[in-house]
Design a protein around this ligand. Structure first.
Ligand code: ZN
Length: 221
């Protein structure tokens, strides 16, 4: 907001507000790799009364939680032995690593679906609409289906690259299946959509990337 005003008093106020660390800036450690990251960039997990671990994607569940960085290497090594270290601080029941991975995946899918439904009205759908939108001003997030045809994939990737080279901002995320996108947007088939970048799409993108990591991890298992 500070960039929008030229009033020195307002600007000073905005600057002093920035000194207070936001939720995004507070760092937490990944319980597997121990690396520290802003907690907004990590997956928060909580333990219920029966010792079952659940995801808290929106960071809203009460009680103490712990964090996972969602990097492939940590997802790959998420097993019951790793979960065992949590016993120091939480009454977790084991084994539950396999079911936990399923719960994380399901929670991500549900959240992605919900957010896409919220953004549905402002999305441009299908190749022609997305290509057209791509050359207008504004930052764009492109969701390309993971099973999109090669020709469409190449066309979209090329267009995004050209847009980036000309200093425009666009990014692609390709982790969702065509069927899911078509289902949400009530189309027979839908392999590409474009969304104007906002706080909402940033979260959506993060969840799509995480979902992609989970799927890749599942294939490797
Ligand atoms: Zn980690």
């Amino acid at each position: 907001m500070a960039g929008l005003t030229t009033d020195p008093l307002l600007e000073r106020q905005a600057q002093s507000e920035q000194v207070v660390p936001s939720v995004q800036a507070v760092e937490r450690q990944c319980f597997i790799c121990r690396s520290s990251l802003p907690k907004g960039e990590m997956l928060r997990l909580v333990v219920d009364e029966s010792g079952v671990i659940w995801t808290d994607l929106l960071h809203k569940a009460g009680g103490r939680g712990f964090y996972l960085c969602m990097e492939s290497k940590c997802l790959k090594s998420l097993n019951d032995k790793r979960l065992g270290v949590l016993k120091k601080n939480f009454a977790v029941v084991l084994p539950q690593a396999v079911s936990l991975l399923t719960r994380i995946e399901e929670a991500l899918l549900m959240q992605i679906r919900q957010r896409l439904l919220q953004l549905k009205a402002e999305a441009c759908m299908g190749r022609d609409a997305v290509m057209h939108q791509m050359w207008k001003r504004g930052h764009l997030l492109i969701l390309l289906a993971d099973d999109a045809g090669e020709a469409l994939r190449r066309q979209v990737v090329d267009a995004v690259q050209k847009r980036q080279e000309s200093g425009q901002c666009a990014s692609i995320c390709h982790t969702l299946p065509t069927e899911m996108m078509a289902n949400i947007f009530e189309r027979d088939t839908l392999s590409v959509i474009g969304l104007k970048v906002s706080k909402q799409t940033e979260k959506l993108k993060k969840h799509c990337v995480w979902y992609g990591c989970m799927k890749k991890n599942q294939e490797l298992r």
